[in-house]
Design a protein around this ligand. Structure first.
Ligand code: PEP
Length: 254
């Protein structure tokens, strides 16, 4: 039985005042019936991680980062290491987000290095995979995902399933308002799980596979009701407390 996980990716948004207000609204609106049924994580920008540990005190919401360095501590100006994220109270870290891949040149090898370093610092990992519109239309979705998953499998095979999460985020669905249909997403999630198992990840059935890409209150229940969709990675809708809470509620009942 995989417990659903809903992750807020705030991206590079917010400021001290708006973050505090958003946390207050989330704290006020989160019922125990939901937080008992669903794991919830918030990934604010780096400068707010320290404050977030205080804002999240006494809540079941866990803290995550949106990125991590592909190296350990050292002379890497502007980078933030896995051990630092753990030190300031992060439980989760997102790696391989498509915006990191497309805008900052993050490679599969970088994602593999980040995965190993994160796990070594006891961070749990949300590893993003997904195809572009062009790749989708060329029928290359499974080939692209296989290549991206190949960077993860040897490390996943040795790690506890609870610390390893895959987020399937079709790039054409991120921030576009055009989500994959539940059936499309289910077919890809099923492929990902089978691919992991076929590559020797013996705990593939226990690994949570999240869907990300224009998840909103209106489509959350139908997506989360699919058997291989184990939660959501939420961008835009996570900046609106009522919308994010509504997605958490949908995941709790799906
Ligand atoms: C994301 O960036 O991870 C994401 C899923 O964004 P959105 O929900 O806005 O599509």
């Amino acid at each position: 039985m995989r417990k659903p996980l809903v992750v807020a990716n705030w991206k590079m948004n917010g400021d001290f005042a708006s973050n505090e207000a958003l946390y207050a609204a989330l704290r006020a609106g989160l019922d125990a019936s939901v937080s008992n049924a669903v794991d919830i994580a918030i990934c604010p920008p780096f400068p707010y991680l320290g404050h977030s540990t205080a804002w999240l005190t006494d809540t079941p919401i866990r803290l995550g980062a949106q990125n991590v360095a592909a190296t350990s501590n050292g002379a890497f100006t502007g980078e933030v290491s896995a051990s630092m994220l753990a030190d300031v109270g992060c439980h989760w870290v997102i790696i391989g987000h498509s915006e990191r891949r497309s805008m900052y040149g993050e490679t599969d090898a970088d994602v593999a290095a980040k995965l190993s370093l994160a796990l070594a610092s006891q961070l749990s990992v949300i590893a993003c995979v997904g195809e572009t519109l062009q790749e989708n239309e060329a029928g290359q979705t499974e080939a692209v995902l296989a290549r991206q998953l190949d960077a993860l499998v040897s490390t996943f095979a040795k790690a506890p399933a609870i610390m390893c999460v895959v987020a399937y985020e079709p790039v054409w669905a991120i921030g576009t308002g055009r989500s994959a249909t539940p059936e499309q997403a289910q077919a890809v999630h099923c492929f990902i799980r089978a691919y992991l198992a076929g590559k020797g990840v013996s705990q593939a059935d226990e690994i949570r596979i999240l869907y990300g890409g224009s998840v909103k209150p209106a489509n959350a229940l139908s997506l989360m009701s699919m058997p291989d969709i184990d939660g959501a990675l939420v961008g835009g809708a996570s900046l609106v407390a009522d919308d994010f809470l509504s997605i958490c509620r949908a995941s709790a009942v799906a």
